[in-house]
Design a binder for this molecule. Structure first.
Ligand code: ZN
Length: 220
């Protein structure tokens, strides 16, 4: 394809919009966008990125602007070109769809990779956590400051689960009289159970595992 010389020739080669120009690629290449900026025309092609000189697209746009200064004088789009533009739209949409499918596929792979890596790291962390938990337990430390951070072992109070409130209410010690109503005195019940360790009828002791936590220096 020859260099663009006249307005008639440029109908296909350059499409103008408010933001810039789409310049048709030569030898069947992809069209390149030349945008209008405050500092002048800017092309997104490779040549324009690496060179300070104007690339062929910017030169073509300059010629186009010089040859068709008034928008009214610009030639009408022929039906054949309308058809061509429409097919270009189709090509661009296909490219969009292909990109989207490709991105989705890669996102899926990245997600899978992330899950697998996270699992591996979590398993490795579990070894250290287990060992440090044990270290605290064996040494009967509650808090241990180390160079890398602080370890804490917090014992948790057992939970007293009331399975049969009616049964517990039969024991007057754990009854709190609320006018017109017999209600469980949970405070008295808890105190009694904690003091004696006795699992009275109607309740169940649920021992809770201690809670291990760690905090690295530098953590907020
Ligand atoms: Zn260019």
């Amino acid at each position: 394809m020859e260099a663009i010389t006249t307005a008639m020739d440029t109908t296909l080669e350059i499409i103008e919009s408010e933001t810039g120009f789409l310049v048709g690629g030569e030898y069947g290449g992809n069209a390149v966008e030349v945008v209008r900026t405050d500092s002048g025309l800017q092309c997104q092609c490779f040549i324009a990125q690496v060179s300070h000189d104007d690339c062929e697209h910017i030169r073509a746009v300059r010629e186009y602007i010089a040859s068709v200064p008034m928008s009214l004088e610009r030639p009408m789009l022929s039906q054949a070109n309308a058809d061509l533009y429409l097919s270009k739209l189709g090509e661009l949409e296909m490219a969009e769809a292909t990109n989207e499918a490709s991105a989705n596929e890669q996102t899926g792979r990245i997600q899978l990779w992330l899950e697998m890596e996270s699992e591996k790291l979590a398993r490795k962390k579990a070894y250290y956590i287990q060992a440090l938990d044990n270290f605290m337990l064996m040494n009967e430390y509650k808090t241990k400051r180390l160079v890398a951070g602080t370890l804490k072992l917090r014992s948790q109070q057992p939970e007293i689960k009331i399975n049969d409130e009616a049964k517990v209410l039969m024991d007057e010690r754990f009854v709190r009289i609320i006018p017109e109503k017999r209600a469980l005195d949970k405070t008295a019940l808890r105190k009694y159970c904690m003091d004696t360790g006795e699992e009275i009828p109607g309740i169940e002791f649920i021992l809770k595992p201690h809670k291990f936590s760690y905090k690295l220096n530098g953590d907020v």
